[in-house]
Design a protein around this ligand. Structure first.
Ligand code: BGC
Length: 385
């Protein structure tokens, strides 16, 4: 037993001795521990929180970037594998900041055309970091800051909440923004991510998590055999700089039609203009699908299965869109445990409002005003068959 677990155990023992109820989370086999992961050059400590359930599922979360660093999930035989890409040390995250492995993305997920938007007649400029555009909140987004952490539980869940204060003007965005991201785990093998944010001036906000999944295990080849269903009849087509044209186009008759289960590899190399925009050489998926669930957390948004291991991931979200990205720019990274992450070595399911929404009058609004609270809930439910 690690000293930290021992301490949790002692605390529980003390709580019981004093007649305080042990939380049902702990009674159900849910545990949490945390320890120093790294110390940055300026002396800031980066912590890692580890959440576990009674089925062996384990989520590790770093305060650096509020990042999901690893996620152990059982296969059909109960064998655990880490199903998300990441690094063993903070240096990996710092040196490869442009892949956003597992990170919390803010203030604005995906692209803002030319890094610009206007609000109430005033023009704002976010520094560009992706050709002519701003990607994932600009060059120093939420993924490159160290967040504060506190332990949070509710009945049946064990969690950690990370918080960050983004000052007025940071990366060009208006408003002092207080943001919280809570990761929690339950006994149904659900990893839940909840977001909350408030501002003191009108602003725009589009938060997401940028985990790269490989249900066979991170570094176990590519994901071309994994079979996906996206409950989305439409998507938002892009131009050659990956900015939406503003249309909501039907997926029917295109390689983006995942309304019935289809392997990622089946159409990834198709000669289709959108796939070439996403990855000019070999093609790839990197699009925002318009979810039929339309914000209803009770409706399945996406379902991915790995025939080899039997692992299955079902996605539920309050967001209207999801960015499915197939690691088109991964070119043989060395990640955790020295494993190699090949081209198409993972897929992301970034639940979000649509890219470039502040510049697209037909898209659901990403505006956040003072006295309102931004919220988002996304569930990643794992099973094996
Ligand atoms: C974007 C991709 C980008 C990737 C990693 C995704 O969310 O849609 O275009 O390459 O993030 O930066």
């Amino acid at each position: 037993m690690t000293p930290l677990l021992a301490r949790t155990g002692q605390a529980l023992g003390l709580a019981m001795a004093f007649g305080l109820a042990a939380s049902s989370a702990q009674a159900a086999g849910l545990t949490r521990e945390h320890a120093n992961f790294a110390t940055l050059e300026d002396g800031t400590s980066v912590e890692r929180f580890v959440l576990r359930n009674g089925h062996g599922m384990q989520a590790s979360i770093l305060t650096y970037g509020a990042t999901l660093q690893s996620l152990l999930v059982p296969d059909k035989a109960g064998k655990l594998a880490d199903v998300v890409l990441g690094f063993d040390d903070v240096k990996g995250y710092q040196e490869h900041g442009d892949v956003y492995f597992g990170a919390t993305i803010g203030r604005f997920g995906n692209r803002l055309a030319k890094g610009q938007f206007s609000l109430d007649g005033k023009q704002y400029q976010v520094p560009v970091n992706d050709g002519p555009n701003a990607l994932h909140g600009g060059p120093k987004g939420f993924d490159k800051h160290v967040w504060k952490a506190r332990e949070t539980d509710e009945k049946g869940w064990v969690g950690v909440t990370l918080s960050y204060h983004s000052a007025d003007g940071e990366m060009g965005f208006p408003g002092n923004l207080n943001v919280e991201v809570e990761y929690s785990l339950n006994e149904d093998n659900v990893l839940r991510i909840r977001y909350k944010a408030t501002t003191d001036r009108s602003t725009v906000l589009n938060l997401t998590n940028h985990s790269y999944f490989n249900l066979a295990g991170a570094g176990e080849g590519d994901i071309l055999n994994q079979v996906a269903t996206l409950y989305a009849a439409k998507y938002t087509p892009i131009d050659s700089t990956l900015i939406p044209t503003g249309e909501l186009a039907p997926v029917a008759g295109t390689p983006l039609d995942f309304t019935r289960p289809v392997a990622f590899g089946k159409h990834i190399r198709d000669d289709h203009e959108q796939l070439k925009f996403a990855e000019p050489k070999q093609g790839g998926f990197d699009f925002n699908w318009v979810l039929d669930s339309a914000g209803d957390l009770g409706k399945l948004a996406a379902d991915v299965m790995d025939p080899g291991s039997g692992r299955r991931l079902q996605l539920y979200t309050t967001e209207p869109g999801v960015q499915l990205y197939t690691g088109n720019f991964l070119k043989g990274f060395t990640g955790k445990g020295g494993k190699t992450y090949p081209h198409w070595g993972a897929f992301t399911l970034e639940t979000q409002h649509y890219p470039d929404a502040p510049n697209q009058p037909n898209f659901p609004s990403t505006r956040l005003d003072p006295k309102h609270t931004y919220t988002q809930t996304t569930l990643f439910k794992f099973s094996a068959q």
